[in-house]
Design a protein around this ligand. Sequence first.
Ligand code: G6P
Length: 367
Amino acid sequence: KAAEKGGYDHFMLKEIYEQPKAVSDTLIPRLKDKDIIIDELGMTDEEIKRIRKIYIIACGSAYHTGVTAKYVFEGLARIPVEVDLASEFRYRNPIFEPDTFAIIVSQSGETADSLAALREAKAHHIKTLGIVNVVGSSIAREADNVMYTWAGPEIAVATTKAYSTQLIAQYLLALKFAKVRETIDETTFSSMIDSLKQLPEQISFLLSHKENVQKFANRYLASDHVFFIGRGIDYAISLEGSLKLKEISYIHSEAYAAGELKHGTISLIEDGRLVVAVLTQPDLYKKTISNILEVKTRGAFVMAVTTVGNTQVEKVADYCIYIPETNPYFTNSLAVIPLQLFGYYVALGKGLDVDKPRNLAKSVTVE
Ligand code: G6P
């Protein structure tokens, strides 16, 4: 076992550290001559142009990548996206219209609800794509086409590197669709490709500064409740940060769209309550800063995850973790790193079984 962990204390930490390679392996082979080539998509440009709606269907963290991807597909390719939990999708009698495209995201390719949702879409003659990590798994076999994430085997129950590669696969699709549909110009397209290429190195940089998160995590081992807030793509990141923390540390946590705080969650803020605020979207900085002030006034302690250079946040948050600058559509790939490390170090500090949290399974093959 120790050898399998490659010198790391846990598979989760090992897999966190494998992210630069996993991201690079998923990304680089699909970039050719300044273009994105996804042969396995099996769609002509004409078919891509005809898409009228995308369903992204998944469970758990894979679902969270879909929540992020919705912003990316809609923002870049201007295609309406509905993101569904597979367990909801299969029973809600969804509307299947021609020119709808369904993407099923799954690390294992065996999640029972995701597989059932795929079958439901296929039964209605909707074109389906699996974004899957395990080669030859059920979803990979049954989807019309499969785009593999090359994360390699993931052992820890709490996903990290598979999550990161699922984001990359969806960024590539969204950018490809945007180019084909001419909803972004050539210059933007090339500069976004350049931003994607920098991600592995930027992730490595964040990992080399893990102490910033580790020392903070050790102060919060006794928390009962933690709240994660953000807007837009930062809300999507908050969902994943909150899940990472709760699944392995057993601390109750909730992610909230920052603007929704005043509709409920703010009543739970009291002296010393930890709030993790994510601010990576320049056009939303000011709005989230005002939400930080609202929780600060009620006694919260705020850890902010923000982009380097956003010094306004320092004035209001108690502790800041900076991520390197990237295209705002891709910030999730960087902001998730400190949030994964935060969950890991809190669970570790509490002496819990990080790789095998109670009651959870790596792959949920029953409904
Ligand atoms: C389980 C795992 C999660 C994962 C989810 C979906 O709950 O613990 O890490 O996100 O299943 O799994 P899948 O294999 O379909 O991505």
